[in-house]
Write a protein that binds this ligand. Structure first.
Ligand code: PHE
Length: 343
């Protein structure tokens, strides 16, 4: 009997050495000996009836000792396996915090959308509301109401795509001025961004481009208000050191009309390639709303005056981001678009 117990002991030791490589295997091994029904050690107890009465006490004691010993062995084995498995897991899940991070590519808005948003931000901050007009207009809103009747020479300034004798693709967001003034009484302060169309095509012109129209109508609006607003605009877009200069110009719907220059943000006004040595860059057209235009919309031109400006969004973006061909903005070349992320 002693030999049998010793053999089981050896078997357990061998099993622990050879068969248990995981917690699950250790558990299976333990079951082979300690399971209350099937276990070998539990089985020994069942042999009690075949043992001579004088040996029963001795036998019982030995089996119990074996059982306790086996319990200890398997508990220790379980602990060991638990530790080993944890170590393995830690090794597998180890993170090297010094590794370079994976570059997650994010998209960005199109430069024209970015510029449009920046402009809206600037003017919304001054209390402008957005009015989006329609791209198809009739002759009256695009020209006649803007003091540019048929055969007016100023119509030549904008080569127009006519859809019919009456309808056309708007050549300027100024057409929105009329819609707004027809439907709203002063004070008016609107910003009208949108696409415009002209039969014009070279490095700095495209048949489709975008403008941002500004219109303010109230009592005592003067060129000073215009200059003040545009100064804020150029400082926000081109830098705090920039300023504006107004030059006389002509638009049928403004009187006086001005061409607005920004001081060169590249050379600070000393003269460089960008400003063609002049220190100034032309950025937009503007003026005091022609009294005739106010009257066309039923606004009392004695009581009210207005200012208007039209910003070319592509031009503003090209200057800011150093793009010299407008087509680059329409070709969807990701190598170009990815470089411009200002929002
Ligand atoms: N509509 C003019 C253009 O497209 C710009 C402009 C707008 C001029 C408002 C004066 C006032 O050239």
């Amino acid at each position: 009997m002693k030999e049998e117990l010793a053999a089981i002991k050896q078997e357990i030791l061998d099993g622990i050495k050879e068969k248990a490589t995981s917690r699950a295997e250790a558990f299976e091994l333990r079951k082979q000996y300690l399971d209350s029904k099937m276990g070998k050690i539990s089985g020994l107890m069942k042999q009690m009836k075949t043992i001579a009465p004088e040996e029963k006490a001795e036998f019982g004691k030995s089996v119990n000792e074996l059982k306790n010993w086996a319990l200890e062995q398997f508990t220790a084995l379980d602990e060991k396996m638990k530790k080993l498995e944890l170590e393995k897991r830690y090794a597998k899940e180890k993170i090297d915090v010094t590794m370079p991070a994976k570059n997650i590519e994010t998209g960005n808005l199109h430069p024209i959308t970015q510029m449009r948003n920046q402009l809206i931000d600037v003017f919304a901050g001054m209390g402008f509301e957005i009015y989006e007009g329609s791209e198809v207009e009739n002759d009256y809103y695009n020209f006649t109401a803007l003091n540019t009747p048929k055969d007016h020479p100023a119509r030549d300034m904008q080569d127009t795509f006519y859809l019919s004798p009456e309808f056309l693709l708007r050549t300027q967001t100024s057409s929105g001025q009329i819609h707004v003034m027809e439907s709203k009484k002063p004070p008016i302060k609107i910003l009208s961004p949108g696409k415009v169309f002209r039969s014009d095509d070279d490095a700095t012109h495209s048949p489709m481009f975008s403008q941002m129209e500004g219109l303010v109508v109230d009592e005592k609006i003067t060129l000073c208000d215009l200059k003040g607003m545009l100064d804020v605009f150029v400082k926000k877009i081109y830098g705090e050191d920039t300023t504006t200069r107004l030059r006389p110009s002509y638009f049928p719907f403004t009187e006086p009309s001005v061409e607005v220059d920004v001081s060169c943000f590249e050379c600070g006004g000393k003269g460089c390639k960008l400003c063609k040595g002049t220190g100034w860059i032309e950025i937009l057209g503007a003026g005091i709303v022609n009294k005739k235009v106010l009257e066309n919309c039923g606004i009392d031109s004695e009581k009210y005056s207005g200012l208007a400006f039209g910003i070319g969004i592509e031009r503003t973006a090209m200057l800011k981001y150093g793009i010299n061909n407008i087509k680059m903005l329409f070709e969807s070349d990701l190598r170009v678009l990815k470089q411009i992320n200002d929002n």
